[in-house]
Each structure stands twice: as C-alpha cells, then as structure tokens.
Write a protein that binds this ligand. Structure first.
Ligand code: SAH
Length: 222
C-alpha cells in the first residue's frame, strides 16, 4: 500500500489523510476509533488511478458501472452509528462497491462479510483486500436482497445502496440487539438514513439524516 508516484506530490500522503480526518471531526464525527480507521485506510487505492489525487477530498467519486465510492463523511457517519459507541463482532455490508467501507469496518470489527451484485466490482474489491492483506473480510458476488444467510445472525448490517424499504431477509438476519444502518427511499428523491435495532420482540426505527445513495437493485449482474 505505497503511495509511490503520487507520494512525491503529497496528494496521498499521511498528512493529506490527516486533513480529511480533521474535516470529518469538524463535521461532527466523534468516535475516535472511526476517525483513526479513516486515517489508516488508503482510500486512493480504492479509486481509479486518475482519481487518486482526489481520494482525500470529502466527496463521492465514480468507480465505474454507474456506481460511486461513498463520501468519507457518510462512511464515517454510518460506521459511527453502526457501532453505537460499542463493539461489534460480525458485520454484513450490502454493496461492496470499491471495498472502501468494508476496509474501514475491518479495522473496527472482528469479521466483515460483504456482498456485491456487480461481478467486476466484486472481483476488484476482493483482489484489493488480498493485496492490502486485509484478512477479516469475506466477499461474495450475490444479490444482497437476501443477505448472506450462511453467516447470520449479524451484530450489525450496513446497507450502502438505497432500497425503497429494507428487505425483510436483512432484518431477519440481524441478531437480537443487532443494529442495521441503511439509506431508505427512492433514489430520485431524498433518502433518509435509518438505524433499525432488533429487540427481543420488535424492530425499533430511528431516522437520522437526509442522504443521497445509488439505488439498491435486485438480481445479480455479470
Ligand atoms: N460501500 C461502497 C459503496 C458503493 S455504491 C464503497 O465503499 O465503495 C453501492 C454499491 O451497492 C454498488 O456497487 C451497487 O452495485 C451495490 N448494490 C446495489 N444493490 C445491491 C444489491 N441488491 N446487492 C448487492 N449489492 C448491491
């Protein structure tokens, strides 16, 4: 994970990364563990080389196939909400995309499972986890509408594309006490970030803030 070539002009240096961390702090991210993880994960490795110089700006960037790597503030915010000040062992992410959010999670929880419906994105992220030697992420190419049953229940589920409603299978794969964070609503309008907590007999829903995500789509694509 070197920044050779770009390191020389400082666009991907640790100092540049630290500036991003300070911005996120100013924007209200408080969990120091999350800020440390953002400071440690080389976001420029998760975007095309042509975009690398913009990797530490607080903005979403295209990753091909009509998808985007989420804005760092949103990654930090969703991670912070998911952790809720505590710790989580097993987390499922729906929408691997570039793999960046999964890599941030991997620094903070024991085991990350991540699913992506677009095969080339899945492959690229999987190869990147391998080359960055991130060993606690398992990735698969599948439609996250159905979660990843085999490893359920999860202490946390993070959805990084916006469904009209959170699919029931995902709710059911949440452990009691588990937390699910998802952008909910139509992609042509405003979506709301929701935190859903599973209690022994129901699901509690809390609406957090307005967000803007790519749509959650069903079916696998090759
Ligand atoms: N977490 C990603 C964000 C990528 S954008 C990152 O850090 O880069 C959201 C991703 O969700 C896209 O790659 C899109 O293909 C994927 N997605 C949308 N609907 C999905 C579904 N039903 N199952 C799995 N992945 C889905």
């Amino acid at each position: 994970m070197s920044s050779t070539g770009l390191g020389g002009i400082g666009m991907t240096s640790q100092r540049t990364r630290n500036r991003l961390v300070e911005r996120l702090r100013q924007k209200g991210i408080q969990d120091e563990r999350v800020l440390d993880a953002i400071g440690a994960v080389p976001r420029h490795m998760f975007v095309d080389e042509a975009m690398a110089t913009r990797a530490y700006e607080d903005s979403a960037l295209p990753i091909g196939h009509g998808q985007t790597i989420s804005q760092p503030y949103i990654v930090a915010r969703m991670t912070e909400v998911l952790l809720g000040g505590g710790t989580l062992d097993k987390v499922l992410e729906v929408g691997t995309g570039s793999g960046y959010q999964a890599a941030v999670l991997a620094m903070l929880v024991q085991q990350v499972y991540t699913v992506e419906r677009i095969q080339p994105l899945y492959r690229r992220a999987r190869d990147l986890f391998y080359s960055l030697r991130i060993r606690n992420i398992r990735a698969t190419h599948s439609d996250g509408t159905w979660g990843w049953e085999q490893h359920a229940p999860y202490d946390g589920i993070l959805v990084t594309a916006a469904p009209d409603e959170v699919p029931e299978s995902l709710l059911l794969q949440l452990a009691v006490g588990g937390r699910l964070v998802a952008p909910v609503g139509r992609s042509d309008g405003k979506q709301e970030l929701q935190l859903i907590t599973r209690t022994p007999d129901h699901f509690e829903r809390e609406v957090l803030e307005t967000v803007n995500f790519v749509p959650f789509l069903s079916g696998k694509s090759t």
